[in-house]
Design a binder for this molecule. Structure first.
Ligand SMILES: [Zn+2]
Ligand SMILES: [Zn+2]
Length: 175
């Protein structure tokens, strides 16, 4: 959703509450797509503090399906976004032009709510997601999810440290 800020900025002290829908279908990062499991509206409060300064406060609750770091099962991961941004639209200031250039969710006087939300998810995105602290992961040989069933693979074979020891052992035999 795009919100045009010029009307809010026309009167000093203007405060507007907006429930903006999140129109993003998924969250994409580094070529990987994470679908939303649920998403709320973004509760936005936009205040014109005067002197073309605008404060944007917002809250949103949403969840994404992120694969478990060990077994790759999708885990519903919640985000409690708290947005607080101060914008300065004062004309003729080089600083503000530079600053707003870095603010990718502002284009002219248009506020792009989805980009604002995207930035906040990016900041909060977890380094690692586990379906369970005790997740057993997947078998490195056959790919079985070891939380759901077991397999008869000899996992020591795929361990490179073990194969080094085996090579040494074999070399001894050849001598
Ligand atoms: Zn897992
Ligand atoms: Zn296996």
């Amino acid at each position: 959703m795009i919100i045009n800020l010029s009307e809010i900025m026309s009167v000093k002290g203007n405060i507007e509450h907006i429930q903006a829908p999140i129109e993003l279908e998924s969250f994409c990062m580094e070529g990987i797509e994470y679908p939303f499991a649920s998403k709320s509206f973004v509760d936005l409060t936009i205040s014109h503090l005067g002197d073309r300064k605008v404060k944007i406060e917002g809250e949103a609750k949403l969840s994404l399906l992120i694969p478990c770091n060990r077994c790759l099962e999708k885990v519903e991961t919640w985000f409690d976004l708290k947005i607080l941004q101060n914008l300065d639209f004062k004309q003729g200031s080089d600083d503000r032009i530079e600053e707003l250039d870095e603010t990718n969710y502002i284009n002219g006087y248009d506020l792009d709510v989805d980009l604002l939300v995207y930035n906040e998810i990016l900041i909060d995105f977890p380094m690692k997601v586990l379906c369970d602290e005790d997740c057993k992961g997947i078998c490195k040989v056959c790919g079985t999810n070891l939380n759901k069933s077991s397999c008869n693979c000899d996992n020591t074979v795929s361990d490179p440290r073990m194969s080094v020891i085996r090579d040494i052992f074999n070399n001894f035999k050849e001598v």
